[in-house]
Design a protein around this ligand. Structure first.
Ligand SMILES: [Zn+2]
Length: 458
């Protein structure tokens, strides 16, 4: 009797187990049905879809609906929301990026804490990822976004972006991973005094420590507004006298600059004033200069040996300042092509000549030595092609670049002076004093402004 009872018990346990397994499957199936209705319903309303798995565990019907009827789909996971082109949405796709806190000790960073986003190949399908920022980052009110290239270089993509608890990472092409951080500004260094003559304009040069500090916005206070005016970091001397400028950043870093404005010397009056434009001079280094700036065009080449190897710091400082303001205006800018060596230009120009012939190639590509890209003071922004003309980014660049010391080097309608067709994407750093003067002259070309030639001698 005892033995039989035990066997019945085992049978019962087995039945219970089978029943339990069936129940689990049934519950999962019911959840799947309810969940499926919910997801499809949300999709039909155009709402954000919540997925409870890392994989898109949804009905075929839902996938089909999303593919056919939506342009974009927002998928919400526990800690982040991904926005993607709906045509990429399919069943069982893994779209999980790794978002972690990391300390970076590389390049310009010294033990810099931030959020590291490991691409995991989802970036090719996602257009943006929204996630929560930790308090130590968002409390500052601003962040920088860096893209990390295959060789581990950190490229600043968004500068001083205003944020709250949530950050939306807009995906850029060509970056393996991303880093979101806030770098604190420790101090500001500047020339301690400037002497100007009435009517003269000078740029206040600031040095930030660390140079990659996120918030480099400063205010100028304390100076006598009768003696000088300040706009876009340019001091204009109004009247003879002495005053002091206090320069303050958000992180409370203060620098002081003493200003002396002298009376304008009376110039002997001429019967007829002839405007003499500065002439081009050749330095000992074999480089041509005009008005203190380097000049590179079809008449004035750079020596083959001139090789800064990268964009010069004065370019990068001005560019980062411009990037910060572009970011806050919702404008996405990036350097598509910056410094190019002499040898690189040899290959590029040869390729264009083979493709279009020498005469045509000369209208859009520089011969080796004649390219401004070799100077380290020029770059192509976003998209170096005529399709960039007229975009909101091109418009922003055209209207604002002078404030940071840049000019659009080959403006529209200036082809006869520059020898190149209009390039809305090619900017050149000339410093704020000259960029403002050229802006006031109507954003004309350097050649037009200084009355110099740009023609190949052969
Ligand atoms: Zn260019």
């Amino acid at each position: 009797m005892g033995k039989r009872r035990k066997r019945i018990r085992i049978d019962r346990i087995l039945i219970c187990l089978v029943f339990l397994v069936a129940l689990i499957f049934l519950i999962r199936f019911i959840i799947y049905i309810i969940f499926g209705f919910k997801v499809l319903g949300e999709a039909k309303k155009g709402n954000t879809i919540k997925l409870y798995h890392d994989n898109a565990n949804v009905w075929k019907k839902t996938v089909k609906y999303i593919n056919e009827n939506m342009d974009e789909v927002n998928i919400k996971y526990k800690n982040y929301t991904i926005t993607m082109d709906s045509s990429y949405f399919k069943r069982n796709m893994n779209i999980k990026p790794d978002i972690t806190t990391k300390k970076i000790n590389s390049g310009e960073f010294y033990k810099q804490k931030g959020i590291y986003i490991d691409n995991n190949n989802i970036m090719s399908i996602a257009t943006s990822i929204k996630f929560k920022l930790p308090h130590y980052i968002y409390k500052n009110g601003y962040v920088d976004l860096y893209g990390i290239t295959d060789d581990g270089t950190y490229v600043l993509l968004e500068s001083r972006k205003k944020v709250d608890k949530y950050y939306t990472l807009n995906v850029y092409d060509n970056y393996k991973d991303y880093f979101v951080t806030y770098v604190k500004l420790d101090s500001i260094k500047t020339t301690q005094s400037y002497t100007l003559e009435e009517g003269e304009t000078k740029e206040i040069k600031l040095e930030f420590n660390p140079s990659n500090a996120t918030n480099k916005k400063v205010v100028y206070t304390g100076y006598d507004k009768d003696i000088i005016s300040i706009e876009n970091g340019l001091i204009k001397a109004l009247k003879a006298g002495k005053t002091t400028i206090k320069i303050k950043g958000d992180d409370m870093s203060i620098a002081k600059v003493k200003i002396v404005v002298n009376k304008k010397k009376e110039e002997p009056k001429k019967t007829e004033k002839i405007e003499v434009k500065s002439k081009v001079t050749k330095g000992e280094d074999g480089i041509y200069y005009i008005d203190g700036i380097m000049i590179v065009n079809k008449s004035y080449p750079l020596p083959e040996t001139y090789d800064p190897g990268k964009l010069l710091p004065e370019f990068m400082n001005a560019y980062n300042e411009m990037l910060a303001d572009a970011t806050s205006d919702g404008i996405k800018l990036w350097i598509q092509s910056g410094y190019r060596s002499y040898d690189y230009q040899v290959g590029l120009y040869d390729m264009y000549v083979k493709q279009d012939g020498r005469a045509k190639a000369d209208t859009y590509s520089a011969r080796p030595g004649y390219s401004e890209h070799q100077s380290g003071l020029a770059a192509d922004i976003n998209n170096p092609s005529s399709s960039f003309n007229g975009t909101k980014e091109a418009k922003w660049l055209k209207e604002n670049c002078y404030k940071y010391g840049f000019i659009i080097r080959f403006p529209e309608g200036e082809e006869e002076y520059t020898g190149y067709k209009y390039e809305s994407w090619h900017i050149r750093y000339v410093g704020k004093v000259i960029s403002n003067k050229i802006h006031e002259a109507g954003d004309i070309s350097l050649e037009h402004y200084y009355d110099i030639e740009s023609k190949y001698s052969n």
